[in-house]
Ligand binder design. Structure first.
Ligand code: ZN
Length: 143
């Protein structure tokens, strides 16, 4: 684990909530808590990118192409080359505690290769196996 992660546990969560990391996305990354809403999962995935929590990114996106080993490698490279500066959730549709599916539209500002860029995505989330008891998972971008 990177030392920066341990130090930042009591700092503000990278997802932009007003909470500390250990009261926000940290327990989700550690598997101590599950996301209640699709937005929470989306925020925790953003923080996971910012903190290079590669395993969390893999388990919350089980349908991604490639083997776990390939994805682990790609995500590590991507996390090393990208600095995440902020997240703005623009809109959510369903994805609540009683829903099986939902979308979250967001903007994330990052820099890579010396240039600052904005990723805007409308993401689809679904509960595992479409079951009300399943945890929220990232499926794919819609546009
Ligand atoms: Zn957070």
């Amino acid at each position: 684990m990177a030392s920066g992660f341990a130090k930042s546990l009591t700092g503000p969560c990278p997802c932009g909530s007003d909470c500390k990391l250990d009261q926000c996305c940290g327990p989700l990354h550690a598997g101590r808590r599950r996301a209640v809403t699709a937005e929470q999962l989306m925020r925790s995935r953003y923080s996971a990118y910012a903190l290079a929590q590669v395993e969390y990114l893999i388990v919350t996106h089980p349908d991604a192409a490639g083997t776990s080993a390939e994805r682990r490698h790609e995500l590590r490279v991507s996390c090393r080359q990208t600095r995440w500066h902020g997240l703005k959730v623009l809109a959510t549709n369903d994805g609540g505690s009683d829903d099986l599916e939902g979308t979250v539209c967001f903007e994330a500002v990052f820099s890579a290769g010396g240039s600052r860029q904005v990723l805007r995505e409308n993401s689809l989330f679904r509960r595992r196996d479409g079951q009300a008891t399943g945890e929220w998972l990232y499926v794919r971008p819609l546009d």
